[in-house]
Ligand binder design. Sequence first.
Ligand code: FAD
Length: 418
Amino acid sequence: SERHDILIVGGGSAGIAVAASLLRRDAGLSITIIEPRDTHYYQPGWTMVGGGIFERSQTHRPMARVMPKGVQWIRERVARFAPEKDEVILEDGTRLAYGVLVVAAGIKLDWEQIDGLPGTLGKNGVTSNYTFETAPYSWELIESLKEGGALFTQPPMPIKCAGAPQKIMYMACDYWQDNKRLGGIDVAFHTSTPALFGVSAYVPALQSYVDRYGIDLHLESRLIAVDGESKRATFAEGDGEVTRDFAMLHVTPPQVAPDFIADSPLAADSGFIAVDQETLRHPHYGNVFALGDVCSAPNAKTAAAVRKQAPVAAWNILAMLNGADRHASYDGYGSCPLTVERGRIVLAEFGYGGALQPTFPNWLIDPTRPSRLAWHLKVSALPWIYWNGMLRGHEWLARPDIEPGAMEEPAALEAASP
Ligand code: FAD
């Protein structure tokens, strides 16, 4: 079988960012990315598409354009892993051998778990910002809704961007309030979680918006079935079930590790790729790394997390290849810009154990309160940082913590830094 020095599975946020990060450090590396799609998506933009702020065209670019120069792109799908032989097997049966494997295949949206949902998504008032196809339908529904029930749902954790299920709800309420319609619309949030947000520091600000908009909050309430034709949604609550009518339903789908990941020898019990949560290295197969939504580390699954993980993984891969025994470590950083109204965001930034990790000083952005500056950051700065920084291996605000005495930064990186 063909041999690849560094083989990356997935060309999403994590796969492209880690490839770019590696090449910044050593332009001579031979890197291959396996990615079946011809389009790369900026998923954090989908919340803004659903909220009527962005056009969908702002959230995608041709895959060929984001592939770092010098990377070999194999447009195929991985089917299986054989880590004891250092091989991956593609869907067409081709076996590829590797020196280092990096798994960055994302998370699976598991629509099938909800009875009746796959057949009605994208019509009958049923929408989701979680797909490129349906995000514009969210805005169509929000803009046209005059009265009736508007239901927003959140499945059990883990999900990517845990704030996204409620971001769209607040933006919708703000729009309805501005247009004097909120009084006629019954808004409810059904979340499977026991609290409004996993990190308690952000709950008071969010709760104040729930109160302001008059949202009917149902904690530990899980969507189990949708009847699109009759516009009814059924939820499991406590020991029983409740069915509610809706005019619009925004669904955040249950999310699990992709099947070929969960079924592989690399998976942890959770189904995600087992990694040491600081080094992002597999605990058993030392030449295997994983980052992004597919890895088992207990951080908030976000592109913001990937921004910090990519340089850590890159560093540790190079340390391994160079025989260095010191490593860079990832502190669990993730971020969720919570759009509480059009023009204001609560900028949640936190690491392992819910430790707050604000990027900005408190006087500039108070992380627990709605901020106008944070809104501009989300609308203008973050997409630019994504396309031009993170996907190109620039590590603005994301240089990794390296253990004291770790190997010197390779000269190639210093020369290339802005
Ligand atoms: P992805 O970017 O999803 O990429 C996975 C890639 O793997 C895909 O390109 C896929 O084609 C490929 N792949 C899958 N299977 C195979 C296979 N068998 N073989 C080869 N390749 C395969 N993050 C934030 O930081 N801030 C936000 O505000 C935010 N908001 C969000 C809002 C929404 C609605 C959504 C959906 C996400 C949001 N996120 C946000 C989360 C963010 O988009 C993800 O955490 C991030 O994209 C994870 O990157 P990834 O590379 O792990 O996965």
